[in-house]
Design a protein around this ligand. Sequence first.
Ligand code: COA
Length: 210
Amino acid sequence: MARWRCSATPTATSGTCCNMPPDSKHVDQPAGSGNGMLAIERHRHHDLPQARREQLRALAGEAFDRFPIVRETRWATPDWTFLGTDDRGELACFYHLVERVVRMDGQPVAVAGLHNLITTQPYRGRGLASELLAATGQVWFSAMAARYGLLLCAGALVPFYERLGWQRVSAEVRFEQPGGMRTWTAECMLLDPAGDAVDPAVVDLCGLPW
Ligand SMILES: CC(C)(COP(=O)(O)OP(=O)(O)OC[C@H]1O[C@@H](n2cnc3c(N)ncnc32)[C@H](O)[C@@H]1OP(=O)(O)O)[C@@H](O)C(=O)NCCC(=O)NCCS
């Protein structure tokens, strides 16, 4: 069973973490299923200590910087970071989240943008990334009031995310770059909390991608 520790400005005194507003503090409480290894913390990204931010940036670089599309794209700054640590406090996995109102077929839609989901090498293949997402996904749709989760990924990752309930969409995905608007050429996936089908024709990320 994963355990939650939230770190942000305290404003609420009761409730479960998944139902608390984004700037609520602290809960040590079960969240989701899993294999029992993870303690989960949620931080505002800009509040993370510099050393932690550098560690996460280095891990993302190891994972993604070999891809030209990653190096050549200007990415959004995350709003939130979710950390999964083991029982010795070692970082096992993490992801960043971007809160954004995008436009789907011209309509404004609040999304939780999943960015840089990474499990550190020694912890891979134990279900931890799946556990971290399963344990934290509900907060996107409650406290953060997102309508959908939205991620961009390579085709190879589609089956992994489909197992977690995400849907591949064939929408044209547009985003901003310093040189003007671009179109995403790899995969875009959406997560509907009720599992309903969703299939927009055009998604405008209304800013930098994640
Ligand atoms: C993808 C990743 C986060 C999975 O973490 P994890 O804790 O090992 O994940 P889980 O144990 O919950 O699930 C493992 C599954 O991930 C999928 N997976 C992992 N790496 C993959 C890859 N390079 N291509 C396709 N699928 C992959 C497989 O389906 C795997 O299942 P298997 O072990 O039966 O083959 C991890 O491998 C990682 O950090 N990779 C580098 C960064 C990355 O690609 N992140 C995804 C960004 S969209």
